[in-house]
Design a protein around this ligand. Sequence first.
Ligand SMILES: Cc1ncc(COP(=O)(O)O)c(C=O)c1O
Length: 459
Amino acid sequence: MNIMLKTNDIANLVEADRAHVWHHLSQHKSYETVDPQLMVEGRGMRVWDATGKEYLDATSGGVWTVNVGYGRETIADAVRDQLVKLNYFAGAKGSIPGARFAQKLIEKMPGLTRVYYSNSGSEANEKVFKMVRQIAARHHGGRKWKILYRERDYHGTTFGALAACGQPQRNTDYGPYPPGFVEVPHCLEYRNQYPDLADYGIAAADAIEAVILREGPDTVGAICLEPITAGGGVITPPVGYWERVQEICTKYQVLIHIDEVVCGLGRTGKWFGYQQYGVQPDFVTVAKGLASGYAAISCTITTEAIFDLFKTDASDPMNHFRDISTFGGCLAGPAAALENMRIIEDEELLGNTVAMGERLRNNLLGLMEKHPVIGDVRGCGLFQGAELVADRVTKEPLAEAKVQAVVAKCMSMGVIIGATNRSLPGLNNTLTLSPALIATTADIDTITATIGEALTAVA
Ligand SMILES: Cc1ncc(COP(=O)(O)O)c(C=O)c1O
């Protein structure tokens, strides 16, 4: 660590933060009595706060973002070189890093061909919603305008994304929302809504068909799904689910939009989460790990068939996609993303993610044998969750305050883990783990040993 802050500097900065910064997702009343924490430096898997305390970060920056770890000088160099060459030009023109990165990304996404740049996950998703609406207006006579989303999924903080939000604690109070967003049931087998049906994966997917039939297939244009639900509880889809979803969407001509904002760029051990399930999307959105937080960049990626729908009549000024993202033209984004991808390839981080993900999962299953408070362990690669329950038989969720106490205990012991929060009333009870893809066996074992101690102390 290289922190050179003196006690007085720290006190002044904490006061400046307390006085002027509005933290994300935070109830500020507590900062009247407790100091806000300032994060100052990071190296590999570790971060240091302003007091000099060291943490092993099992969250990749709090929200599954820093996939290649902290302190990557080659990414900083690539960004610097690009900024002094050309920092910005609006995305109506092309750029060298933009062209290079699009080509590299598309190599990993068979069947997809076009990359649209913007700067956040929410914005990438909004682009799809607008494309679906424009396709409905221009090619379906105004029909097929509705967009399905799933209970427990999250797609961002803007109004369209909140209209497509399956987490009531995220979107309550901020409405009214734009019409035409329709919810389908979740697919968490641990909380099976169809216990009488033999095959949960098929039943959960058929529930989508029931919604399409109820709404009218000619009104439904697309469905937006996370490949593995993240903040809604690390929900891996049940066996057979995605295959059946694809069949249903083909049958009713519903476009498939996969939100890879969390799973994209290696988190599950493949480049994209959907590639675990063999599904063929029409739209994919990526952000967070795309440049590991070294620059703000997101991408909306589509097929050539979708792209072609926006150039059918060059004489009509309304025929193309009439959208712009100012900061989608920041060239630090694709420059950082290119180097981020090179690191994942050259350091074979997908293979490491599979191996370390397996170890993380096995360690969590080991904890489950010792701690009845763990009701379910689920996830894929370095994206794992442990659902905590007060009673394994009834599956009554552990109280959120206790779940948060486990997180706080780990933090006090120098390990940052996450938990679902402000998502579903009464169901914010899943510990979430998403260490950087560079994690070693020692890191994984420290993370799970610390969770074990915290569970003993708290639960
Ligand atoms: C699955 C998913 N989609 C979209 C978003 C929104 O991304 P952003 O915060 O970059 O707008 C998030 C953020 O957590 C997310 O988890």
